[in-house]
Design a protein around this ligand. Structure first.
Ligand code: SF4
Length: 496
């Protein structure tokens, strides 16, 4: 059933609405977007091929995945103790560890730090958890200027857009559309090659690093045995954000802790190969303290904000395995649904198969009902996943959960029906309301049923929310203009 005109328009930029419950409507918009389809053909499919080639270069890819999965599961199993180790190490090295139960507390911590040190201008490396807590809009609303320094995030920020992929935020753009954004929004002279565009962005961003009061980063991993926060990048912007400004604030989800450096070496190999087909990234940055007295550079202050924001609830649930995700994006690139609809259609920070699991868990299942169904359950996501997360199984569980919630609604409705049918006055009142509402629906939703003439389509065109789901793909018969009880009285009286 096609969405109505309003839904097809998406947001003000003509993109799909940023609402997981609008997935089906958003997917239809995406499928008709020629530019997006070109970008996905080039980006997702190419990344998938590169990952496969890179994984085939390893001596034993199955064994490597087993080791990686074991490392993540060990880390999750001992998570509370490992987090305490991290806190102890960083505190001992002169850093400050803060805990944030939710997005609001995390954002408040950052704002407090900014006020304490009089910070007004920041640079930021790519970080999914800061997207999740909407840190940049929060800081900008408090007059703190933030510049995204990852090239993709920079383009997203310039165009007022949203990222559409975990590791490649402008997966939805082509080279040509990026060029247009840089020319229109940042004053870049005409350029034809990615090298020219990158050189322009590099030049523009260099001054921002130097002028910044503080830098914000995420963290791909935190190593519990030493307390190091590790960032993996290809552009070097992570190192400039964490090392150049006088204050470094790392905002990291609590699930990112792994036990040892040995575990890191396994996971690092797989992260790089799975994300981009590289054997290793161009940069790998590890910090655990402000600059020491014998060091010439580095920040004067280091803060680590450990963000929960729903992770503890997932940790204690049957979906805990989802926390093992290392955010490589491989499941997105290989997914036939993502390859066709892209990231914005999912309407959340985390798109693709893992997003179809995480978004309902983070935002509440009722706020992302279509996502667990946005999969053919072909299993390509699990096959590609470097830590072997059983995404199809979790999607099925989520479907069952949603079904159970529907059952509750159904049981409630049946109880209501039973009560109404056993109370004559209530029944008559309900009949009157239904007939009145039915004629209002006829007038407001364009049903062509003509009660007086008894002609036209014998149905109500569309029910209003929250009942509109029923009439999306079926007709709703109109209520009889005259209750059967009245008709019976009339006909009996006539016979007497
Ligand atoms: S679920 Fe697996 S494949 Fe998908 S982003 Fe996470 S680690 Fe990568």
């Amino acid at each position: 059933m096609p969405p109505d005109d309003n839904q097809q328009k998406g947001d003000v930029m003509g993109r799909p609405a940023n609402d997981p419950n609008q997935f089906y409507q958003s997917a239809l918009i995406a499928l008709e977007d020629i530019g997006l389809q070109t970008a996905l053909d080039r980006g997702a499919v190419r990344a998938n091929v590169a990952r496969e080639a890179s994984m085939n270069q390893t001596t034993d890819r199955a064994r490597l995945r087993e080791q990686a999965q074991a490392a993540r599961l060990r880390g999750l199993h001992d998570l509370p103790e490992l987090l305490e180790q991290v806190e102890a190490h960083i505190s001992a090295q002169g850093g400050t560890v803060l805990w944030a139960l939710d997005a609001d507390e995390a954002n408040r911590h950052v704002l407090d730090i900014c006020r304490r040190h009089d910070l007004r201008r920041g640079v930021k490396a790519k970080s999914m958890v800061t997207e999740e807590i909407e840190l940049v809009p929060f800081l900008e609303a408090h007059d703190i200027r933030m510049i995204e320094t990852d090239l993709g995030e920079y383009v997203v920020q310039l165009s007022g857009d949203r990222p559409s992929h975990i590791t490649m935020p402008i997966m939805h753009h082509t080279k040509e559309s990026v060029r247009d954004i840089l020319m229109q929004q940042a004053g870049m002279p005409h350029a034809d090659t990615p090298e020219q565009m990158t050189a322009f962005a590099r030049e523009a961003l260099r001054g921002e690093y130097i002028a910044a009061d503080f830098g914000i980063s995420g963290g791909n991993f935190i190593i519990a045995e030493t307390g190091h926060i590790v960032t993996v990048t290809n552009e070097g912007n992570g190192r400039l954000c964490t090392g150049l400004p006088p204050v470094h604030i790392a905002v990291v989800g609590i699930e990112k802790v792994i036990p040892t450096w040995e575990d890191f070496l396994t996971l690092y190999q797989l992260l790089c190969r799975s994300a981009s087909g590289q054997q290793m990234s161009v940069y790998m940055n590890a910090v655990r303290s402000p600059a020491r007295t014998d060091e010439n550079d580095g920040p004067e202050h280091l803060y680590l904000i450990l963000v929960d924001n729903g992770r503890s609830d997932i940790y204690g649930s049957e979906y805990a395995e989802a926390l093992a995700c290392i955010r490589c994006g491989a499941c997105l690139n290989t997914c036939p649904v993502y390859q066709n609809v892209g990231g914005h259609a999912y309407g959340g920070v985390y798109p693709g198969p893992i997003g179809a699991v995480l978004t309902p868990l983070f935002k509440g299942k009722a706020n992302a009902v279509p996502l667990p169904f946005a999969s053919s359950l072909c299993g390509a996501c699990q096959t590609a996943c470097p830590v072997n997360i059983n995404i199809p199984d979790m999607l099925l569980k989520l479907r069952h959960d949603l079904q159970d919630e529907q059952e509750l609604i159904w049981q409630g409705a049946m109880t209501g029906f039973g009560y109404t049918f056993s109370h004559p006055l209530l029944y008559r009142t309900a009949g009157f309301i239904a007939r009145t509402a039915g004629s209002v629906c006829d007038r407001t939703t364009g049903s062509v049923y003509d009660r007086t003439a008894g002609s036209g389509h014998d149905s109500i065109g569309k029910l209003p929310p929250p009942f509109d789901g029923w009439t999306e793909s079926r007709d709703f018969p109109p209520f009889a203009a005259q209750p059967f009880r009245d008709w019976w009285k009339q006909n009996r009286e006539r016979k007497k």
